[in-house]
Design a protein around this ligand. Structure first.
Ligand code: GBH
Length: 473
């Protein structure tokens, strides 16, 4: 039962490293600065009703101008790893063709500053900000025309910036942008078509493989992966059919990407149900084989899953339903500020074990984990900095992962907390705060939350100045 799997707070330094994560479109702002072209999120944000309160990413955390302050803050906190993404529309404003040197120069400055601060950068090539021109020209991720264009973008970045770090990923959470962005329309590019969603999956896999081919030639000794997200699926009841359904949900969500990479084909459960599923050819399977050097997992929460023949889900015909309420009407875990996020640290341990058992990766790096705290957005300052629910979340999730490593022998080596800063939370705009550092969006003033200090203390980082606030006015 669940209670048996609940974990105690970590007593010791976790057996993996700590980093703080971000993504370009959520923090940078400066969307029209230094030649950046429009992205599909710029377009999506401009449509009334798409983003809570009509917020946009135009300014966000103004990281484009404040990055030195944010890097200094991480240094003073003792954080040694930083996950960031590169904005494709800064490098190729129209997706391909003319390179924008000012975009490459910006990231060279950021990466240089990180190295000077003693912080290792982990860089993601694509965190959802597709150049609008590629959506207009051929439908973006729906078309395989994107494959050589993504590879060219990747090669340009590896050539210019490959010397700064050995840690890379190609694409962040393709499940999210394929099935929400193309399959349901809740997110850019706002398309509601399951055929396009599965084309997107197939094209992401091809684009990933093509980019890794460039990586092997241009960044010798580097390590690359793809950031895959998955919720833990807990069977709703003890019925064997619910256990099968929960397994099927994991295969649909994570297996749709990880099986082709690690096992050479889509899961049988998916192949049986999705009539229009594109094929993984022997050539693609061969290209995907060995295309990740470590498993990059984004994980936040858990759901209950029940068998239901004929059920259609976000991914199409799947024969299961999902809920976060059990048969007695009890929530699967405490509610965060975001509707979808319930606090389920026990699911994190099970999730890590599932990945380890199914794929046996050399190494697992958790590239995102975190929460929006219930009630935080309405809390006045400075009380908002006492983010107790988030402190407990971090404590319990890190403890669950520590048990996965120490007791279950899962080879997890790194943990990135999402996120360094409160930021542009996609469809929720600025109404949900995931930061370890509070941002006043009127003044751009930053303040450490209790959770930032808790995490760095837990990981025994050397904190130089726990009171730093910046930039001061
Ligand atoms: C991550 O996605 C993203 O990589 C990151 O950019 C983001 O800021 C962070 O999580 C926090 O959300 O609104 O009911 O349709 C996590 C996986 C998948 C969780 C989509 C939210 C939307 C649920 N996300 N999901 S719903």
């Amino acid at each position: 039962t669940l209670s048996l799997l609940q974990v105690e707070a970590a007593q010791t330094t976790p057996p993996f490293y700590l980093g703080f994560a971000t993504a370009a479109p959520q923090i940078e702002g400066a969307n029209a600065t230094d030649g950046r072209g429009p992205s599909i999120w710029d377009t999506y944000e401009a449509i009334p009703g798409n983003i809570d309160n009509g917020d946009t990413s135009a300014v966000a955390d103004d990281f484009y101008h404040l990055y030195l302050n944010d890097i200094a803050a991480m240094r003073l906190l003792g954080v040694k790893r930083f996950r960031m993404s590169i904005a494709w529309p800064r490098i190729f404003p129209s997706g391909d063709g003319q390179v924008n040197q000012q975009g490459l120069d910006f990231y060279a400055r950021v990466l240089e500053a990180l190295l000077v601060a003693g912080i290792e950068p982990h860089v993601t090539l694509y965190h959802w900000d597709l150049p609008q021109a590629l959506q207009d020209r051929f439908g973006g991720w729906n078309s395989d025309q994107i494959v050589p264009i993504f590879a060219q973008y990747a090669a340009t970045v590896f050539q210019a910036l490959g010397d700064y770090t050995t840690h890379w990923t190609t694409v962040n959470e393709p499940w999210t942008f394929c099935f929400l962005g193309y399959g349901q329309g809740s997110g850019a590019p706002g398309i509601n078509d399951k055929v396009q969603a599965w084309n997107c999956v197939h094209n992401v896999l091809q684009a990933h493989a093509a980019a890794v081919k460039q990586f092997r030639a241009l960044v010798p000794g580097g390590k690359i992966s793809i950031n895959l997200n998955c919720d833990w699926a807990q069977p709703l009841t003890g019925a064997p059919s619910d256990a099968d359904a929960a397994q099927r949900k994991m295969e649909f969500m994570l297996g749709a990407f990880a099986d082709p990479i690690f096992k050479g084909d889509f899961p049988a459960s998916v192949k049986q149900r999705i009539s229009f599923l594109p094929q993984i050819t022997p050539q693609l399977a061969a290209d995907l084989n060995g295309s990740v050097d470590y498993f990059a997992l984004n994980h936040y929460t858990s759901t209950f899953v029940a068998n239901q023949q004929g059920a259609m889900g976000l991914q199409g015909a799947c024969d299961y339903t999902e809920t976060q309420v059990d048969v007695n009407g009890k929530l699967i875990g405490d509610q965060a500020e975001s509707d979808w996020l319930k606090v389920t640290p026990w699911g994190f341990r099970l999730m890590l074990n599932w990945v380890n058992n199914r794929y046996q990766p050399n190494e697992i790096v958790v590239t995102e984990n975190g929460m929006s705290m219930k009630g935080e957005s309405a809390m006045p300052m400075p009380q908002a900095l006492q983010d107790t629910q988030r402190v407990n979340f971090c404590r319990d999730y890190v403890a669950a992962a520590t048990d996965a490593v120490n007791l279950d022998k899962v080879p997890m080596t790194g943990y990135f907390a999402w996120s360094l800063l409160d930021n542009f939370e996609w469809g929720n705009g600025y109404s949900k705060r995931f930061g370890l550092v509070h941002v006043d969006f009127k003044t751009q003033q930053r303040y450490y939350k209790a959770s930032a200090k808790f995490l760095v203390n837990l990981f025994n980082c050397t904190v130089l100045d726990p009171t730093y606030t910046y930039p001061s006015d």
